[in-house]
Design a binder for this molecule. Structure first.
Ligand code: KIV
Ligand code: ZN
Length: 390
């Protein structure tokens, strides 16, 4: 069966935690509207207990965008945070309370300085309280990938019995590696299915070792039904799993994963550019899917192959992510085939082979001098050659 993977976007919460990425309320609403166009399933709109401004922004997003997309926000396992989430998301059609509490020894001992049982009880009490406000409650076992498995499971069992409807397993510090994280998810999934198979198992991966996308995919392969991610991979430190990478990996490799998302992939590039523009954080040029060079080909061998058949060097079409078309960057390494294609695309005739050879020589001289040759350079080169001759 081809499973639907629920996409939970946390650009406006984890992504907004990035230094320098402060967004005002209008910018947050604009991003939320674009996330809705992208067709994400859940938007995490902020952390309302953190400030009056964040509370207000979450409330406005719930009011203006929350008609067809589920809206949530983050709470620590304390009543005041849960109240703030409830009050800010309640106007959405499908609101969700998201509670986070650590499960690793280091969190329990150093952060809370309490016994494991006391921390577990805090989580159970928080879920019971949240359930008096809303039916849908997600519980995140912070630092799950560094937690003792039996305590992690005891926590999940306790909060599910208290009414949690989604269990999110974060690799909070990006410590996991794909095989190990996949194995953790498979073990949890097996137990969860026996306990209550209507509870959704989710993952939230950070990118400290550059493995957030790989870990997310490994989790999906091992039964995760929901993924948390951000546009452009924004998020604490090295960021979160990049939405565009996970979604396109599932699409391009649908045969391997047998899963799909509801994402309108043609909106990916627009969303990436909007988030980059509003946060002021550039997307690296070679970023998978949405980087400036993601569909640019510069080597002559590749350009020749692509002009024969795009599939020779393309695993997805640029149009699928909302880019115009593949881009052939002309350089001194581009061969005759790519140069001829560029000249003909501008409407010039290349049927005189001897004349074309002269033109190609001039192109190579220019390319050696300039490194990259753009359309306007080609146009100038051809018109000059045709009017002035040699
Ligand atoms: O990284 C993390 O553990 C989080 C939780 C709030 C899900 O961001
Ligand atoms: Zn996180």
């Amino acid at each position: 069966m081809n499973r639907k993977i629920i996409v939970f976007d946390t650009t406006l919460r984890d992504g907004e935690q990035v230094p320098g990425a402060k967004l005002n309320i209008h910018q947050k609403i604009e991003i939320a509207q674009q996330l809705k166009r992208l067709n994400v399933d859940i938007i995490e709109a902020g952390f309302p207990a953190s400030s009056a401004g964040d509370f207000h922004a979450v409330q406005e997003i719930a009011r203006s965008v929350g008609d067809s997309v589920s809206i949530t926000a983050l709470a620590r396992a304390v009543q005041k945070d849960i109240d703030a989430v409830y009050e800010s998301v309640k106007l959405a059609q499908n609101p969700l309370i998201h509670i986070v509490l650590g499960t690793s020894n280091i969190h329990v001992e150093k952060k809370f300085n309490r016994s494991k049982d006391a921390v577990l009880q805090m989580g159970i009490d928080a879920v019971k309280y949240a359930k008096t406000l809303l039916p849908n409650v997600q519980y995140s076992t912070e630092d799950a990938s560094r937690s003792d498995f039996e305590y992690l499971w005891k926590t999940i069992e306790g909060v599910v019995k208290a009414g949690a409807t989604m269990i999110n397993v974060p690799d909070t510090v990006g410590y996991a590696v794909p095989e190990e994280f996949g194995d953790l998810i498979r073990r949890l999934n097996d137990r969860l299915k026996n306990l209550n198979d209507s509870v959704i198992l989710s993952v939230h991966c950070h990118n400290d070792l550059g493995l957030a996308t790989a870990n997310t995919l490994s989790a999906i392969k091992n039964g995760a039904q929901k993924i948390e991610c951000t546009i452009n991979g924004l998020g604490e430190r090295a960021g979160n799993a990049s939405l565009e990478e996970v979604v396109m990996a599932l699409k391009v490799r649908e045969g391997s994963y047998n899963c799909h998302t509801g994402i309108n992939t043609k909106e990916l590039l627009r969303t990436s550019r909007l988030v980059s523009h509003l946060t002021g954080l550039d997307v690296q040029v070679n970023k998978a899917i949405t980087g400036e060079n993601a569909f640019a080909h510069s080597s002559g061998i590749h350009q020749d192959g692509l002009l024969k058949d795009k599939q020779v060097y393309e695993i997805m079409s640029p149009e699928d992510v909302g880019a115009e078309s593949m881009e052939l960057i002309l350089t001194a390494r581009s061969g005759r085939h790519a140069f001829k294609n560029a000249v003909e695309k501008m409407g010039f005739d290349t049927s005189d082979a001897a004349d074309f050879e002269l033109l190609f020589e001039k192109f190579l001289t220019l390319a050696d001098a300039k490194k990259e040759v753009y359309d306007h350079d080609v146009f100038y080169l051809v018109t000059n050659h045709r009017t002035l001759g040699d």
